[in-house]
Design a protein around this ligand. Structure first.
Ligand SMILES: Cc1ncc(C[n+]2csc(CCOP(=O)(O)OP(=O)(O)O)c2C)c(N)n1
Length: 335
């Protein structure tokens, strides 16, 4: 008898309560840094310091704990990341300095991810197993089982992490990922994440998806699954700690769906205006930390001011840096 959908929900009992103490102050500082960075990048798209913006404001409460929990490094003993374009807070939490994203936004040769040749928030970093991100949505889900399969053969505790949006899961690559991750006896150590912001550019979730939860689609494949409030950083820290422990130890897949906000329009193509009727995880968390006495009144504003000044100084530096040499246009092009 196969387990029912509900029996597959969440991690087994043995993995509950695995989270270390929630580093709330650190998480807040990183969430704020990521937000300030994205706001600077949006301004760059308006001031012609960059051409196109797409990014992650509204996903910081989920992505920051995730970035802190990644086993960062190069090779099969570390985690592999197959990310989509709203993942900046993951990179910030892993240690990316703001200036590196600003370099990519400004299409500078100094962009460490793509040498100024790809869109903003399309990361690639061999030293951290960050696999090159693609603008074609969802292809990452079909590719990710490859590194997970290598990790299954290799052994150890390294896992593969893949994320993407809700609308993209309507494409076949998502089903490919579920299938390859769950072949009986050959299950893969992979965390399959969907950040559900209820939108695919301008198409609402309810007009596309007949299922209640996308993550539930793991159940027919025998994959454990769960949903969580992606606007609550502590819930994300706890759940991600448990889920990653489960995958590391059992070498089995897990589908996790996080409900998040989209705090700016889809991309600069639609203007990227601030959206005020969705919950802002950063403002929410700040209010909580002030109420708890973790942050003093005005402390967050002072930190924001310092980070904004740093981002602006970084932009001044980047403006002086060279654009890519036209002769390098075909470098790293394979067809
Ligand atoms: C294969 C492919 N089809 C269509 C597009 C155009 N496109 C870019 S983003 C997007 C919506 C994606 O929505 P979702 O997966 O929910 O992620 P979100 O942007 O909301 O985080 C679409 C249709 C694309 N980039 N690639």
């Amino acid at each position: 008898m196969r387990p029912t959908n509900e029996e597959l929900r969440g991690v087994p009992e043995a993995f509950r309560g695995r989270a270390k103490e929630f580093p709330k102050r650190r998480v807040f500082e990183l969430m704020l840094e990521s937000r300030v960075l994205e706001e600077r990048l949006i301004k760059m798209s308006h001031s012609s310091d960059g051409y196109f913006w797409i990014g992650g404001p509204g996903e910081e409460a989920f992505n920051t704990p995730l970035g802190l929990l990644v086993n960062k490094g190069q090779g099969l003993d570390h985690d592999y990341l197959h990310l989509h374009y709203r993942s900046s807070a993951i990179l910030t939490a892993m240690g990316m300095p703001m200036i590196d994203a600003i370099r990519q936004m400004a299409s500078r040769a100094t962009d460490p991810f793509t040498g100024g040749r790809n869109f903003i928030n399309h990361f690639a970093k061999r030293e951290w197993n960050v696999v090159p991100g693609s603008s074609t949505i969802e292809t990452q889900y079909a590719i990710a089982p490859g590194t997970a399969l290598a990790q299954r053969r290799h052994g150890g505790e390294g896992i593969t992490i893949v994320n993407g949006g809700d609308a993209g899961t309507a494409e076949g690559d998502f089903a490919t990922c579920l299938n390859w991750s769950s072949r009986p006896g050959r299950e893969l150590p992979i965390l399959i994440i969907v950040t559900n912001n209820q939108w695919g550019i301008s198409t609402p979730y309810d007009q596309v998806q007949g299922c209640q939860y996308i993550a539930q689609r793991g159940a027919p494949f025998g994959i454990r699954w769960d949903t969580l409030n992606g606007n609550d950083p502590e819930a994300c820290w706890n759940t991600l700690s448990e889920v990653t422990a489960y995958i590391r130890e059992t070498r089995r897949p897990f589908v996790l769906e996080a409900f998040v906000s989209r705090l700016h329009g889809h991309s600069s193509s639609s203007g990227a205006a601030r959206i005020n009727d969705e919950l802002d995880c950063l403002a929410d968390f700040e209010a909580r930390l002030v109420a708890e006495g973790v942050l003093k009144e005005g402390e967050a504003a002072a930190l924001r001011h310092r980070l904004e000044a740093q981002a602006l100084a970084d932009l001044e530096t980047v403006r002086q840096e060279p654009e890519p040499d036209p002769n390098s246009i075909f470098d790293h092009t394979f067809a």
